[in-house]
Design a protein around this ligand. Sequence first.
Ligand code: BTN
Length: 259
Amino acid sequence: MTRKKNTQLTKQLLDDYHLLSYDEVDSTNSEAKRLAEGGAAHGAFIWAKRQTKGRGRYAREWVSQEGNLFVSILLSPDKPMEEIPQISFLTCLAALESVAPLLPEPELLTCKWPNDLLLNGRKLGGILLESFETIEASGPRRWVVIGLGMNITGCPGNLEFPAASLKDAGVEIISAKIVLSRFIHHFIDGYGIWQEKGFAPIRRSWLGHCEGIGKEVKVSLPQENIYGIFDSLDSKGHLKLKLPDGKTRKIAAGDLYLL
Ligand code: BTN
């Protein structure tokens, strides 16, 4: 996404940004939480070369072999709770933008609701958003950790949802570090847009890259599977599903399968 520079806001985010790098942690999301509890500040990017307990959505394992990208961002956004999941969409766009110019066929990159990055229909990256509170002298403070895992040099086989890596796409010389520096730049830019203009420009841009609009899908929720046509994304980031009876159902979170 391109934006006109608002130097005030861009500077503010750049001022807050700081990078902490590790050879190995259990999970960069867990480390971000520990850092917040120990007094760390908004704007920390936590990068690890390896994770021993990387995790995905719904407590799934995120296999974290060295060479791939594992990064979490610690944020203390001044936004209502219901808007926080929108950060996943701007993160997915930042991940897409950070690798698109490196690919021979960038149009093969797509965003899958709610927070996956696909390459030729296979999962290249995933995003895990978690929030929690710390108690400070001034009262409770809400934190958000947004974790991104991206397959650069390899990916596990035999997953329920097939995975891909940049190497599979013929991108051999790119390291996690290069993708990280590009991602930081695009994330700071996207986060600034969200703060300044809200979700509308993020939503527009995300829809321009989205997988599955107008197609038959299954949305898997913890208690039920829902079938319908993926109609659109609403102004909050909820999936709008056209049901067989003609009604529309809005879904805040779930697993999407293209049929
Ligand atoms: C998913 O697709 O289920 C989300 C995967 C998120 C993985 C990343 S890797 C960096 C950060 N640390 C974690 O333990 N998980 C996220």
